[in-house]
Design a protein around this ligand. Structure first.
Ligand SMILES: [Zn+2]
Length: 292
């Protein structure tokens, strides 16, 4: 019900004009989006009946049998995106989606060198780790988590925000691509939505440590980094609120925290926007007491 209420509150009907429409033809029903698009944001949409294909800036978008679809916009998304709906009638609908810009947290470190030289061990191990991550991301399942109202996998102080970036002696580092929630080692982590496990690292990765990835369907997936423990295995079907692991500081981390990253197809999106304000979010149903 929460999802329905949220969608009703944010209901935003964007009416599409057919590119070419005969004078006596009835106008096509509109495509609807459930919220305004922002950089790093996630939007759910409904295509008119008879839609056979949706394209976002030329890229094919997974489309559910009931006409629903998801869209994600990366941190550096440009001011507009072009959505095209192709109907079985041959009609084509086009919509320009404005994408609201956001301010990113930047930190200047004028005298700090960017990174030390990577070790030989890192250089040897990293390609295999990246290959595992890329292979996992390729799976687009029929899971339904993408339709749900997401919950926070852990609750606590936000110790790192999506999109923040350090500038090392004038040279920009890689933007932070997830949200960090501080918490003690061993604190339970819960599935933010339904999904299927697509990666559960057998041993800690050099940067991500114990890495768990869950596919929520329609090209949407979550990654949980630095875990002290992973409680699920590849192929497990996961329900929202189910315990999946525990907070830790494995891999490259300066203290125990959960790094939660999300992607929609090849776009990194902000989990904090998907889950909404932590104070308003319902607590997971796991039996472990959640820290405030
Ligand atoms: Zn992080």
């Amino acid at each position: 019900m929460t999802q329905l209420v949220r969608q009703a509150v944010f209901a935003l009907c964007l009416f599409l004009s057919p590119m070419a429409q005969a004078e006596d033809a009835a106008p096509s029903p509109p495509i609807q989006l459930d919220r305004t698009a922002v950089q790093g944001g996630y939007v759910l949409g409904w295509a008119p009946e008879g839609t056979t294909e949706i394209l976002l800036d030329g890229q094919s978008v997974p489309l559910a049998a009931d006409g629903r679809f998801a869209l994600g916009f990366g941190r550096d998304a440009s001011a507009n995106a072009q959505l095209i709906a192709r109907l079985g009638t041959g009609e084509t609908l086009s919509l320009t989606i404005p994408i609201a810009p956001r301010q990113w947290q930047l930190e200047n470190l004028p005298s700090l060198p960017r990174v030390s030289q990577p070790s030989a061990e890192f250089l040897a191990r990293r390609p295999g780790e990246l290959a595992q991550i890329e292979a996992a991301r390729k799976s687009i399942s029929s899971q339904t988590g993408w339709r749900q109202s997401f919950i926070w996998p852990a609750r606590g102080r936000i110790s790192g925000v999506f999109g923040s970036q350090r500038i090392y002696a004038g040279e920009p580092g890689v933007p932070h691509n997830g949200v960090d929630v501080a918490g003690g080692t061993g604190t339970a982590v819960y599935a933010p939505a339904n999904g299927i496990v697509i990666l559960a690292a057998a041993s800690p990765f050099t940067l991500e440590g114990n890495l768990l990835m869950i596919d929520h369907g329609m090209g949407l997936n979550s990654a949980f980094l630095h875990l002290s423990r992973i409680d699920v295995a590849v192929g497990d079907v996961i329900r929202q609120g189910q315990p999946i692991g525990a907070i830790g500081m494995t891999g490259r981390a300066t203290g125990p925290h959960l790094h939660w990253g999300m992607r929609w197809l090849d776009q990194r999106i902000d989990p904090a926007l998907v889950a909404g304000p932590m104070s308003a979010a319902p607590a997971p149903m796991g039996k472990d007491k959640q820290p405030d």
